[in-house]
Design a protein around this ligand. Structure first.
Ligand code: AMP
Ligand code: ZN
Length: 464
């Protein structure tokens, strides 16, 4: 059983072998906390959550260390604090808490470590000092810049050469740069921005050095897997490699580079700057978080994924199908510790092939529903639940799934109406029974009668 991952640097799929199977290290660039996360931002969180789960399955829960940082030093954070006339910490604390709630709703496990940039300024200064000492960085006009010409492998990850970068550079390259591609490690703070002392003048770190410092501090000089969205390959990850390798004198910074594709809307990348965003915070009011997770994993993580209302509706239907099979099999006894079957594991081990893993879930549901053999049904249910647990699906009570999205007040009201309706039907009072059905309809509730009584659910895409 070998996990195969597509490595951006090698440009091919490679069998994954951790440097130390007793401590497998994964780092993913996390959110900049100044605003609500959109569903595009959630894609890396969900994709790498799945990778984290698969690694834990392979190497053991305590053997995998997953660090996902919080970027809490950023121009946009400063601007938000100025606009709202509050301390920077008030913005970053608020949006860190909201990010956690949103990701919890999508079934994303908390990473092992969640380093914050502001808590690692000391480590950043040490790294910058090492780079200057080693001749890979220079101070100029209150800035410290990385000297890209000092690092022969610069451009290897993104497949760009320094010459291309001269051609691509904008005209107004800062005069103190030795090469247009040289990037900032430290810079003076503008008025009102946070400021820290440094040997090169008071100021603040550049963005890239934050991740290098947090990776080094939390996981080590060489890590197993570094992940993030495709947009981070250049310049962010290219620069992380340059800084960390030069400061630590290591031939390898991350042994595998894994990048997720973009979430798009009408073929355009979802992004705050384009304004075409759907916030997780809003989406979870209209659809179960589990259905949004399903939608995010319904395509292969490296391919672009187009976000549409139909995708959400389709995802909900897929989960209805699986929870429906589980609901009709409530009497099938299984042990809760069911293992994911090899078919599902094989799909995930093949560079996280989630579409194939999901197809296997439907095959298990079909066996569960159609097999006449009790032990086969039992095995199918156990496998379905075990596979669901690995993928982060199917862990709710199936009845609760169909009632999903309803709050406690609505639930109580619906239950009371169903009791009344049952009594009316017993008494053959059809007029009252019909009136209650209309009332339930007005609450967006669909009633499904069956031999044991009635169950209910909210209509698609609606709550309350
Ligand atoms: P940000 O908060 O903008 O720094 O982004 C956080 C993470 O979300 C990064 O890993 C980005 O690569 C990723 N990301 C942002 N927009 C998208 C998108 N439309 N599709 C996929 N990933 C995205
Ligand atoms: Zn980063």
């Amino acid at each position: 059983m070998t996990l195969v991952l597509h490595d951006t640097l090698a440009r091919e799929k490679r069998p994954f072998e951790p440097a130390d199977p007793g401590r497998v290290t994964l780092y993913v660039c996390g959110p900049t906390v100044y605003n609500y996360a959109h569903i595009g931002n959630a894609r890396p969180a969900v994709v790498f959550d799945l990778l984290f789960r698969v690694l834990r399955r392979l190497y053991g829960e305590d053997q995998v260390v997953y660090a996902r940082n919080i970027t809490d030093v950023d121009d946009k954070i400063n601007q938000a604090a100025i606009d709202q006339d509050v301390e920077i910490g008030a913005i970053t604390d608020k949006f860190t808490a909201i990010y956690h709630q949103d990701m919890d709703a999508l079934g994303v496990l908390r990473p092992t470590l969640e380093p914050r940039a502001t808590a690692h300024i000391g480590e950043m200064l040490v790294l910058i000092g090492k780079l200057i000492e080693g001749g890979s960085a220079y101070a100029a006009e209150g800035h410290v810049l990385f000297d890209t010409q000092s690092f022969a492998d610069y451009g290897k990850l993104s497949g760009r050469s320094l010459d291309d970068m001269i051609a691509g550079a904008r005209v107004e390259v800062a005069p103190y740069k030795r090469h247009p591609a040289d990037f900032v490690l430290w810079k003076p703070s503008k008025a009102g921005e946070p400021v820290w002392d440094s040997p090169w003048g008071a100021g603040r770190p550049g963005w890239h050095i934050e991740c290098s410092a947090m990776v080094g501090k939390t996981l080590g000089d060489t890590i197993d897997i570094h992940g993030g969205g495709h947009d981070l390959i250049f310049p962010h990850h290219e620069n992380e490699i340059a800084q960390s390798r030069c400061a630590d004198h290591t031939p390898v910074y991350a042994r595998y580079w894994v990048h997720n594709g973009f979430l798009t809307m009408d073929a355009e990348k979802m992004s705050k700057s384009l304004g075409n965003v759907k916030l997780v915070h809003e989406l979870i009011k209209r659809a179960p978080g589990e259905a949004l997770r399903w939608a995010l994993l319904s395509g292969h993580y490296r391919a672009p994924l187009d976000w549409t209302d139909e995708l959400i509706a389709q995802s909900r239907k897929s989960l209805d199908r699986l929870y429906g099979a589980l609901k009709r099999a409530l009497d099938v006894d299984v042990d809760l510790g069911g293992e994911p079957p090899p078919t599902v594991l094989d799909a995930l081990l093949d560079d996280l092939n989630t579409p194939r893993a999901m197809a296997e879930l439907f095959a298990l549901a079909k066996t569960l529903e159609t097999s006449e053999d009790a032990s086969e049904r039992q095995a199918a249910k156990s496998a379905l639940l075990g596979a669901g647990r690995l993928l982060g699906f199917l862990q709710q009570d199936p009845i609760a799934w169909f009632e999903g999205g309803a709050d406690a007040g609505l639930k109580a009201k619906v239950e009371a109406l169903l009791v009344e309706r049952f009594a009316a039907r017993q008494a053959k009072d059809w007029a009252t029974a019909d009136r209650i059905r209309d009332e339930l309809n007005a609450l967006n509730v669909v009633v499904m009668d069956n031999a044991e009584g009635a169950t209910w659910r909210l209509k698609d895409g609606e709550t309350k």
